[in-house]
Ligand binder design. Structure first.
Ligand code: CA
Ligand code: CA
Ligand code: CA
Length: 488
């Protein structure tokens, strides 16, 4: 018994030493943001392993990859994480490789598809891009369709950021896989950004021809992509020992690597980039004396945190900060301001301060439709799983009051019973008459819609699957939402 307690004490000590204390608030300009840890742990069993991609889904959950091979839906309110795909036996997970990119179909309600990028081993380290179907009944990713595979990989320099453009084509970054002859070789898909249709076929208008996946060439290892509301596609890219890059991605562009690093500004670089077709210089570089390791990019387009509205937010690994990037509002082709947040030491000395960030290494970011921001953190060091704490952290301006349409102006609908086993009665307020109501499933799909013509309505919903639904009532552009739980 004594040995048992000793063991428990030892385990408790090890685990608690890996749990990182986050501040309860952080300040951004005049705005105070509340900090809340949604989930934290140092391995897959006690929380989360290294989270690589987080994206907000239409089900108001965070969809997340962990590098060792798990895909999850994370409830951002409760921290409950649900595995929707276990790829641990398929993924090759070593150093920076593993299960990395994830993106949801932009019209997820009608096309519940999830795209993943990961490394696997087949006569060498390779990379694969796969499409899955999300089954809302089983809560699992099913029916994988391989879009592209056999892309040369390595334990580092493997890209894997995914983005879907407004024309419903999928972009995937690939790294040079430590092979510097690949990025300028148009016969290789490594060191590139690839563009494909959502079934893996090649778009007819691809810039290197209808039989080439290539969208842009000359990349070392780009791991940030955002399509901004100004119609410009921005990218972050890891540089070698200096010269991390912030680029505008144009189809057919050559981004210079390995002949040009950062700006084309040395004599050998100038002769190289002058001989390239459609060479593209970066908008900004970080820094001349070291690298910062830039990662995910989002465009923050919400008034909840006014200091960030209309700017890009970029997570930074090595230099442990969140970078706020503002571009001009004419055509978005120049950087007009940059700010380093959550690492005062680095902000005061951007060329030499590391490992002093408030949240440690910041790998990924997403935002909720109400303006909250979520960060994926990965400990204080570049290392393997199990050696540091990872977390998903919420940043929220609690003082923000939404303006415009008032949610509370419309009275609630009474729903009986709730939870229900299929038969429900809705009691509408007199003021609802003439409006409409909808029942919406977890994927945002409208499963029932009707006008409000009478105050009491009985509905038979036994044909719907068990689960959480939303009853949405709308009148004169005012809307109210209520939860409905079906337990069939
Ligand atoms: Ca993200
Ligand atoms: Ca470049
Ligand atoms: Ca240079």
């Amino acid at each position: 018994m004594t040995r048992f307690f000793t063991l428990c004490l030892a385990l408790t000590t090890v685990v608690s030493s890996l749990v990182v204390a986050q501040p309860s608030t952080v300040t951004v300009g005049n705005t105070t943001l509340d900090v809340r840890v949604v989930i934290q742990g140092n391995n897959a069993n006690n929380g989360i392993d290294i989270p690589w991609e987080i994206q907000w889904g239409p089900d108001d959950h965070i969809w997340m990859t962990e590098r060792y091979g798990r895909v999850s839906r994370l409830n951002p309110e409760t921290g409950v994480r649900t595995t929707i795909l276990d790829l641990t036996s398929t993924v090759y997970d070593n150093s920076e490789s593993g299960l990395l990119g994830l993106v949801l179909h932009p019209d997820f309600e009608n096309n519940p598809q999830v795209f993943l990028a990961y490394t696997y081993f087949s006569g060498g380290i390779k990379e694969r891009i796969v499409r899955y179907e999300y089954n809302g009944t089983t809560g699992l990713l099913e029916s994988p369709l391989t879009l592209v595979e056999g892309i040369n990989g390595n334990t580092t320099h493997i890209g894997c950021r995914l983005l879907i453009l407004p024309d419903n084509t999928l972009l995937a970054t690939t790294g040079d896989y430590q092979n510097q002859s690949s990025p300028q070789n148009e016969g290789s898909v490594s060191g590139k950004i690839l563009r494909m249709n959502l079934d893996g076929s090649i778009p007819a208008d691809n810039p290197f021809g209808p039989s080439s996946y290539l969208y842009t060439i000359g990349h070392r290892n780009a791991q940030g992509l955002v399509y901004a509301p100004n119609g410009v596609l921005y990218s972050s890219e890891h540089g070698p020992t200096t010269n991390d890059e912030f680029n505008i991605i144009v189809p057919g562009g050559n981004y210079g690597w390995p002949d040009v690093a950062g700006f084309c500004n040395t004599s050998s670089e100038l002769s190289a980039c002058n001989s390239m077709t459609d060479y593209q210089d970066p908008l900004a570089i970080w820094y001349n004396s070291s690298t910062i390791a830039p990662s995910d990019l989002i465009w923050y387009d919400h008034p909840a945190i006014p200091e960030w509205e209309g700017k890009m937010l970029m997570t930074v690994l090595k230099a442990e900060h969140l970078k706020v990037i503002e571009v001009d509002n004419v055509d978005g082709t120049t950087v007009v301001s940059q700010e380093i947040l959550f690492n005062n030491a680095h902000a005061n000395n951007p060329t030499s301060s590391f490992n002093q960030g408030t949240f440690d290494r910041l790998r990924d970011i997403c935002m909720a439709p109400d303006g909250r921001v979520f960060l994926a953190t990965s400990g204080p060091s570049w290392g393997t799983s199990g050696t540091f704490a990872n977390s998903i952290v919420e940043l929220k301006n609690a003082a923000y009051v939404p303006t415009g349409i008032s949610e509370s102006a419309l009275p609630k609908v009474q729903i009986y019973p709730n939870p229900a086993n299929g038969l429900i009665r809705l009691n509408f307020d007199q003021s609802h008459l003439g409006g409409t109501f909808q029942i919406i499933d977890q994927l945002g799909k409208v499963v029932f819609a009707s006008a409000v013509q009478q105050q009491q309505l009985e509905l038979d919903l036994t044909s719907l699957a068990s689960g959480l639904y939303m009853v949405r009532t709308t009148l004169n552009e005012q809307t109210t939402h209520q939860r409905l739980v079906l337990t069939q």
